[in-house]
Ligand binder design. Structure first.
Ligand code: GUN
Ligand code: ZN
Length: 429
């Protein structure tokens, strides 16, 4: 007989985007969610679902909030062990900390160890899907997909391609990047819950020949996502201008080589020119806001309000380990703070939407994950809104759900993540 599980609590889902009209009116709160065969079978009143499914295992969460699992659309799992490295801005940070760390992934055993460590750490934070850069080593992709597959987890990742401005031992070629990416894509894309993303690191570390090879591969597999970095720091943009003197702007270094499209996922996107914004919007490419990274590396203040109002598709990400946290709660807090520096107050419903539906939309997976509705995959997080004394004493003063949840967004960590379900299986309790 099919196993059913009934979770009760405050089940929070989104009927529409909270960036259109009253944010709270975009949400729906019900009492229970029924899981069957790894998917959400129903939501509704606890008594009704209990009566209709008396054989279901009951997991009662009282006043805890049950949400779709967090979706993190821009991470570097190989940077797990170098998170919070001190004192450098982007290019020096890459050369000094990142590249030596990524060199270690030549060893498949190291890659396997770090893939498992990263997925353990993020599961504890309630992140159930992520889109990760790997390293230039195909074994780094194998390790990540093998570990995610064993956990039944929906993930996206790709071999990071670099054929210049990186040290010996961390460079591929245009041809090998194409061949290795293609082989990995053909082996893994669409297997279980795994998707491949074509992954040129960023324009400065690829020759025009390599960018063209990546563009050709994307043209052969247009259903794949393509992930890269765009306009993160002003020094980086100046360097791109030197390296590509013929390009109109940073985005043009991708556009000219077939690396701009509707399935493109562009990390950071802070210092955009008007033409770049127009073109990204016109093609409905996704932008990913990485707030803890943007403050930690000193990159700048993403224009959430302006870009949302213009109709961009936007996700919210940790950017581990340029970002200073594995936690999407901490990331929402940083997004709130950055928006506030730009004189815009993001509502708790908007922050939660960005970390779930918005990020799933950025990955074009919002038909499968990121929300709680019948037919969606059963990736869930259960939040304890009184996880520490400091949060509990503030939550006790709250007059509604939004005031109760905001202290957990601003001050919460893995202790607030009471339970996590991936594909209908409990992975944290
Ligand atoms: N730009 C190119 N590579 C990276 C990276 O690993 N992290 C960040 N934050 N930016 C990048
Ligand atoms: Zn990144």
């Amino acid at each position: 007989m099919t196993q059913e599980t009934l979770l009760t609590g405050q089940v929070l889902s989104f009927a529409r985007s909270p960036f259109e009209g009253d944010p709270t009116a975009a949400t729906v709160v019900t009492e229970a969610v029924l899981i069957r065969d790894g998917r959400i079978a129903a939501t509704g009143r606890a008594a009704d679902l209990r009566a209709a499914h008396p054989q279901a295992e009951l997991v009662s969460h009282g006043q805890r909030v049950i949400l779709a699992g967090f979706v993190d659309p821009h991470v570097h799992y190989p940077q797990t062990a170098m998170i919070a490295s001190w004192g450098k801005r982007l290019i020096d940070w890459l050369n000094h900390y990142t590249f030596p760390q990524e060199m270690r992934f030549a060893d498949p055993a190291h890659a396997a160890d770090l893939a498992a460590r990263y997925l353990d750490l993020t599961a504890a934070e309630g992140t159930t899907t992520m889109c990760s850069f790997c390293t230039i080593h195909p074994a780094s992709v194998e390790a990540f997909f093998t570990e995610a597959q064993a956990r039944g987890q929906r993930v996206v990742a790709g071999k990071t391609c670099m054929d210049r401005n990186a040290p010996e031992g961390l460079r591929d070629t245009a041809q090998s990047a194409y061949d290795d990416s293609k082989a990995l894509l053909e082996k893994w894309h669409g297997v279980d819950r795994i998707s491949y993303a074509i992954t040129p690191r960023f324009s400065p570390t690829s020759t025009p020949e390599q960018l063209a090879a990546m563009g050709a591969l994307w043209a052969e597999h247009p259903d794949c996502l393509m992930q890269t970095h765009l306009s993160e720091q002003t020094d980086e943009i100046a360097w791109v201008r030197e390296l590509f003197p013929q390009a109109r702007d940073y985005l043009d270094t991708y556009e000219a080589f077939g690396l701009l499209g509707a399935n493109g996922v562009y990390g950071h996107a802070i210092h955009l020119e008007p033409r770049e914004k127009d073109r990204l919007r016109e093609l409905d490419a996704a932008l990913v806001h990485c707030p803890t990274s943007n403050t930690f590396i000193g990159s700048g203040l993403f224009d959430m309000a302006g870009l949302m109002a213009a109709g961009h598709r936007i996700g919210l990400a940790t950017d581990t380990g340029g970002g200073s946290s594995f936690s999407m709660l901490r990331t929402m807090a940083a997004a709130y703070e950055i928006a506030h520096l730009r004189h815009h107050s993001l509502h708790a419903a908007q922050l939660l939407w960005l970390a779930t539906v918005g990020s799933a939309r950025a990955l074009r997976m919002d038909d499968k994950i990121g929300n709680i509705a019948p037919g969606m995959e059963a990736d869930l997080v259960v939040l304890d809104l009184a996880s520490t004394p400091a949060i509990a004493q503030r939550e006790a003063e709250a007059e509604d759900l939004w005031e109760a949840i905001f202290p957990t967004i601003m001050m919460g960590d893995d202790r607030a993540v009471a339970e996590v379900w991936i594909g209908g299986r409990r992975v944290k309790s």
